[in-house]
Design a protein around this ligand. Structure first.
Ligand code: URA
Length: 439
């Protein structure tokens, strides 16, 4: 086969065969093709699109470019996983994993670090002193078997083709292509080896997908890919116009996750976690258990309120070398030097709490990294105390800035002043979820 023929075929809008896709991905992963041909291929896909069969073939070819885990074998039965397309204040994994594991459903998950203004679960975990996210494959597997709960970085080279292609997409204007996004995300999920996957596709101005139509299309595409490779799939489309919960910033989000595991926490965040966890139980129940959603919800509610989910989280922290005193007393988590409140100048209804503005405000303080490997400040961030639709009076506390560098306060404040807006008339609250797609 010749790369140029495959590129030209896609350029002309024709469907590629499985053999052609496999050949191209294999050749690129093994450095047998130059970047310029892969870039031309990506641009052709970006402009011409792909049909369902091509997208599934591309995803599997990328998934098989590295190791494929067998989580079901490791966990001794059906394995369930979750994935979020990335949001502001999204600390869902920190709550949902121990919550689901506390119901007797083991979970072994590989997570990532934050990049740009979106946070990463590994960074949030590292706000607990000593917590080791760099487990060897043997350690990862041993903890999964022993405790039924492990959360770490990638110890194996999962979907290396995606790593190479993503870096190229980043510099060739080919990131915003639904088939490329869906295959990129799902190649890593398929390689991670779960039987059932709950996808949390964020929609809104603080998310990758800014329209409901695009979010629905992406969710459906990922569900189809999973189904085509024999996985059980549920995708929820959730709101990311305003931050999830109150806290944005690594240690602040960890504290909020612990508060939620203690039975408290912001009501929107708790509800979000319960819904995602209920779907994970539903998949893990394989049509035998938790077929009635209200039964699953009642169990999950109970485990948040009676400390069982928190105990599971504590066990995971101890097993991965973390300081459990920080779990027992979150005030021992990294703390910022300066705490500054942002207050309302006028009375009214909150019209917007821009997720993007809050993320940029936290980024300004040093909570995120611009490039892979950049250091971050775990203690800093923003807590937003209001939600769209809330009625506030003059002087009401809208947000608190947690900073270590006084010089960055003004710029951070500017983002918040512009991002939190008011109306005189009542404003409807934003929904938590827009849709659910079952596969
Ligand atoms: N996340 C991914 O892993 N890949 C994409 O293409 C976009 C978001």
């Amino acid at each position: 086969m010749h790369a140029v023929d495959i590129i030209a075929k896609k350029r002309d809008g024709l469907a590629l065969s499985q053999e052609e896709i496999n050949w191209f991905i294999d050749a690129y992963t093994t450095d047998a093709l130059p970047d310029y041909q892969a870039a031309a291929f990506l641009m052709a896909v970006c402009i011409r699109g792909m049909n369902r069969q091509e997208i599934s073939d591309l995803t599997l070819a990328m998934a098989r470019s590295g190791e494929m885990l067998d989580l079901a074998k490791l966990l001794g039965g059906y394995a369930v996983d979750k994935h979020s397309s990335g949001g502001v204040g999204d600390k869902t994994t920190l709550v949902v994993l121990p919550l689901v594991a506390s119901c007797g459903v083991p979970v072994a998950k590989m997570s990532g670090r934050g990049l740009g203004f979106s946070g990463g679960t590994l960074d949030k975990l590292e706000s607990i002193h000593g917590f080791n996210v760099n487990l060897t494959t043997e350690q990862f597997e041993a903890l999964a078997r022993k405790n039924g709960l492990v959360l770490a970085g990638q110890s194996k080279d999962l979907a290396p083709a995606d790593g190479k292609l993503y870096a190229l997409r980043d510099v060739t204007g080919t990131v915003p292509s639904l088939p490329l996004i869906a295959s990129s995300i799902m190649s890593k999920k398929l390689a991670a080896g779960a039987n059932g996957i709950v996808l949390d596709v964020k929609m809104g101005e603080g998310a990758f997908m800014t329209s409901l139509e695009d979010a629905r299309q992406l969710a459906q595409m990922m569900v189809d890919i999973g189904v085509d490779s024999g996985r059980d799939m549920i995708a929820v489309i959730s709101d990311m116009n305003q931050p999830l919960g109150h806290a944005v910033g690594n240690a602040l989000e960890m504290a909020e996750a612990i508060e939620t595991l203690q039975g408290g926490g912001p009501s929107d965040f708790r509800e979000h976690c319960l819904q995602v966890a209920a779907y994970m139980l539903r998949l893990a129940g394989q049509g035998q258990r938790w077929t009635d959603e209200s039964e699953a919800r009642a169990l999950l509610d109970e485990h948040l309120d009676n400390g069982q989910a928190l105990a599971k989280f504590r066990q995971m922290v101890a097993a991965q070398g973390g300081d459990v005193e920080m779990v027992d007393d979150p005030s021992k988590l990294p703390q910022a030097t300066y705490q500054v409140d942002v207050t309302a100048d006028e009375a009214g209804y909150i019209a917007q709490v821009s997720a993007k503005a809050v993320a940029l405000a936290a980024f300004e303080l040093g909570a995120g990294r611009e490039r892979k490997g950049d250091p971050i400040d775990l203690a800093v961030g923003v807590k937003v105390h209001v939600k769209v639709g809330d009625q506030v009076g003059p002087g009401a506390k809208l947000a608190t800035i947690y900073a270590n560098d006084e010089g960055r306060l003004a710029a951070c404040r500017k983002y918040l002043d512009e991002g939190i807006t008011f109306h005189r008339e009542p404003v409807a609250p934003l929904p938590l979820f827009y849709d659910t797609i079952m596969g």
